[in-house]
Design a protein around this ligand. Structure first.
Ligand SMILES: Cc1ncc(COP(=O)(O)O)c(C=O)c1O
Length: 443
């Protein structure tokens, strides 16, 4: 073990190059550059094997909400590993942390959402959504109610169901057809696609695309609508205020299940417990992952509302669906400790009263830089549209300044720092972004 610590960066890069295939990467390009090897983290910072320190403006992959190295999460994992490292939840068994976690999620989730079906990743949870909503209608005799409506430029994961629900053209283009009976409507991206409409008019118009689609196929064909309250991987697209109430109205009018994909927005990211709280959405189902355990353990789930649970209880019989790691006890213990930590530290109040206004004021200042055409954000999320297609270049400059920021396409840059970030650390983040943007302007 100790021997490994002494290996240098080149050693790790070579091992990685020879034996590891990375997600969402051009392998040829990566092989030339070599991966950045991260091997330490604390608070809102990570370090690479060269000892370089980075402020993690992305909270890992939008997930390390409570920051790195939280003692109570580490203790929960250690204790659960010791007592019961694994047991399944198939065949009428349960474990204590998984039972406690499900109850804790019901406590913080919006009203009417009291049951969770567990899995390990956001993608898997969305696979569960597809099977659950279609079966929900099927057992009630609506065999044709199978179409799920999603949006262009949505991200719902990388499994076949996840990428099919998602609206990423680049993903659809690789590996053949997407799942049948999934329809994509245009996204509520006002800055990019709003034209002459005001944000409010545009939000309504884009929500009404759902109604158009329902009328085109017939309501008896549409099972559900799925959407991220704020599109994350799509570039932090904050919908106009008129959008979600109209979506909600249309779903109710035509009896379509409403699914909120809260994988990024859940657990404080929007400054409320859930994005659905922030936008006053009352979903029938919610997909959760990432911030559920602050990324410390892979755990996800679908929070299922009363209406669907009633049908599952009385009409499903056996639901032939589940994963070996559904409700994994160690992951569940860590997620439970994470939510308890959120409650004990009053993180939601701190966000609302202090961190979010401070962070969003910074977002607005960055928006005034000559290289930035538009800045939008909500809670601890921000997206910047650059004046020129140079987002990747800017991301590199940020790295050189010691800041991890993410480029989405060539035009947008996004931020999603740990929710526990302090004012001083936000100041540091701003200074680094501004330096990178100044460099972009001068080169
Ligand atoms: C909204 C949303 N849904 C689903 C997923 C997929 O989650 P995972 O990568 O854990 O499969 C993501 C991942 O970023 C996401 O942002």
């Amino acid at each position: 073990m100790n021997e490994k610590v002494n290996h240098n960066t080149e050693y790790w890069q070579e091992l990685d190059r020879r034996h590891h295939l990375h997600p969402f990467v051009d392998t040829a390009e990566l092989n030339l550059e070599g991966a950045k090897i991260i091997n330490k983290a604390s608070g809102v910072y990570v370090w690479d094997t060269d000892g370089q320190k980075f402020l993690d403006g992305m909270a890992g992959l939008w997930c390390v909400n409570m920051g790195y190295s939280q003692p109570s999460l580490i203790a929960a994992a250690t204790e659960q590993m010791t007592n019961l490292p694994y047991y399944n939840t198939f065949f009428k068994t349960a474990t204590t942390p998984q039972a406690e976690l499900a109850a804790k999620i019901a406590e913080v989730a919006p009203e009417g959402l009291e049951h969770t079906f567990f899995s390990s990743s956001g993608s898997e949870a969305n696979d569960t959504v597809v099977r659950l909503v279609r079966h929900f209608w099927q057992v009630q005799g609506y065999d044709n109610k199978t179409i799920i409506v999603s949006r262009e430029n949505a991200y719902h994961g990388s499994t076949i169901a996840g990428l099919s629900l998602g609206g990423m053209a680049t993903m659809h283009g690789q590996g053949g057809d997407i799942l049948p009976d999934i329809v994509h409507i245009p996204q509520p991206y006002w800055y990019g696609e709003g034209g002459d409409l005001s944000p409010e008019e545009f939000g309504l118009a884009r929500a009404q695309e759902l109604e158009k689609t329902i009328l085109e196929h017939g309501a008896d064909r549409i099972a559900a609508f799925i959407g991220e309250p704020i599109q994350g991987a799509g570039g932090v697209i904050v919908p106009p205020a008129s959008y979600w109430p109209e979506i909600q109205r249309i779903c109710r009018k035509y009896d379509i299940l409403l699914v909120a994909d809260e994988v990024i927005c859940g657990f404080g990211r929007t400054g409320a417990w859930f994005g659905s709280d922030a936008f006053n959405i009352q979903p029938d189902l919610m997909t959760i992952a990432k911030g559920l355990s602050s990324g410390y353990m892979p755990i996800s789930g679908v929070i299922v509302g009363t209406r669907v649970v009633d049908v599952m209880t009385h009409q499903f019989g056996k639901f032939f669906h589940g994963y070996t790691y559904s409700g994994h006890p160690v992951a569940a213990a860590v997620a439970l400790a994470n939510i308890e930590l959120m409650q004990q530290t009053n993180i939601i109040e701190t966000l609302q009263e202090d961190t979010v206004p401070y962070f969003q004021a910074m977002v607005q200042r960055i928006g005034k830089h000559s290289t930035v055409a538009a800045a939008e954000g909500l809670g601890m999320l921000a997206g910047f549209a650059l004046v020129e297609d140079r987002a990747e270049e800017c991301r590199e400059y940020c790295l050189e300044e010691g800041l991890i920021m993410r480029a989405v396409g060539s035009l947008r840059l996004v931020l999603s720092p740990p929710l526990v970030i302090s004012r001083a650390e936000i100041d540091e983040l701003e200074e680094k972004v501004m330096k990178a943007l100044d460099r972009l302007a001068s080169e």
